[in-house]
Design a protein around this ligand. Structure first.
Ligand code: PMV
Length: 326
């Protein structure tokens, strides 16, 4: 009754910000992402008949009470589906800072879902795994299928799932995750999304998404990097505009974030095709084609305020591994 899964974090090209149903974590809009091969979570789940309570441990870090309770609720959903009652020990480890807007909850809930069902030897198909992961953390559904992934918004829980658009080998892109602050963000995405309707720009954002989804899919199909970069930056800035105009406003960027955003524009003018995107935190994802990775890394040397850099290639989705964490 023990299994371990590895799940990648993912970076959204077209972002999810706002839920139409808080409980079911149904998004107000569809999204598209790429899985990241160096930013991942490993999670071991072991159910036992002799255990009275679930025990949840994060190696190299701590979980708040609220986070622990989100994990145990995830275990409850898995137990209920499998018709089981045994309590579990969960041990998890990230390769990157949790809660700094670099999607630890996405990889975390994807890994928990895969390991949890496998530990109970309860077969669930990929579509349903993405639905269970989504109920833990919306963007977690995108960490389950391979490579480049679409999350369909759906009107019901069954309709809101993620599918692979292309495998990881499809396009050799790089996501250079520039950590400028590894501390836990002050406002979680769950909390931040609760007030999304207070932004006067939400309606405009939602009506622009269908066209951006089409442009993003075309850019992927054509492997047109400029087209991809433009639509991704546009959607990132639009999401942050909504965040910044919510009441209370959510301002996730710091000075180093702004320096990198500004520099990206200059690097492009100097002939390096690189674009940025930023989630709910100050850290910046710079993306480029593999052949420009070194140039981007060299250019970053002159930027003040960088704590660390994680270079990611596109990754396969969440899967079981043999190495248990305990
Ligand atoms: O699934 P959550 O609650 O981690 O929300 C993710 C929100 C963003 O990272 C800001 C956007 C996205 O689509 O990943």
């Amino acid at each position: 009754m023990k299994a371990t899964a590895l799940a990648p974090a993912n970076i959204a090209f077209i972002k999810y910000w706002g839920k139409s149903d808080d409980e079911l974590r149904l998004p107000m809009n569809p999204s598209i992402s790429m899985n990241l091969d160096s930013a991942y979570t490993r999670t071991t789940v072991e159910f036992s008949t002799t255990r009275d309570e679930d025990e949840v441990t994060l190696l190299d870090g701590t979980f708040s009470e609220q986070e622990v309770s989100r994990v145990t609720q995830g275990l409850d959903r898995i137990r209920q589906k499998a018709g089981r009652t045994e309590k579990a020990r969960v041990v998890t480890k990230n390769t990157f800072p949790k809660g700094a807007g670099s999607a630890a909850s996405a990889s975390g809930f994807a890994a928990l879902t895969i390991a949890g069902f496998a530990a109970l030897e309860f077969p669930v198909d990929e579509k349903e795994l993405t639905i269970f992961a989504r109920l833990g953390s919306g963007s977690a559904c995108r960490s389950i299928p391979d490579g480049f992934v679409e999350w369909k918004e759906g009107n019901t829980s069954d309709e809101s799932y993620a599918v692979s658009l292309y495998p990881s080998s499809y396009w050799d892109l790089r996501d250079i995750l520039v950590i400028v602050d590894s501390r836990m963000k002050k406002v979680s995405t769950t909390e931040g999304m609760e007030t999304v309707r207070t932004s006067p720009f939400l309606t405009e954002r939602l009506s622009a998404i269908a066209d951006r989804m089409i442009r993003c899919k075309e850019a992927l199909r054509e492997k047109n990097f400029t087209k991809l970069g433009e639509v991704v930056e546009e959607d990132c800035l639009d999401m942050h505009h909504v965040m910044q105009t919510q009441i209370p406003p959510l301002r996730y960027w710091n000075d180093a974030t702004r320096r990198i955003m500004e520099a990206t524009k200059n690097w492009r003018a100097q002939g390096i095709p690189v674009y940025f995107t930023i989630d709910a935190g100050p850290n910046v994802h710079l993306f480029c084609e593999a052949k420009y990775e070194k140039e981007v890394l060299d250019a970053l040397v002159s930027i003040k305020g960088i704590e660390s850099i994680i270079v990611n290639k596109p990754s396969r989705g969440a899967h079981l591994i043999a190495d248990h964490l305990f």
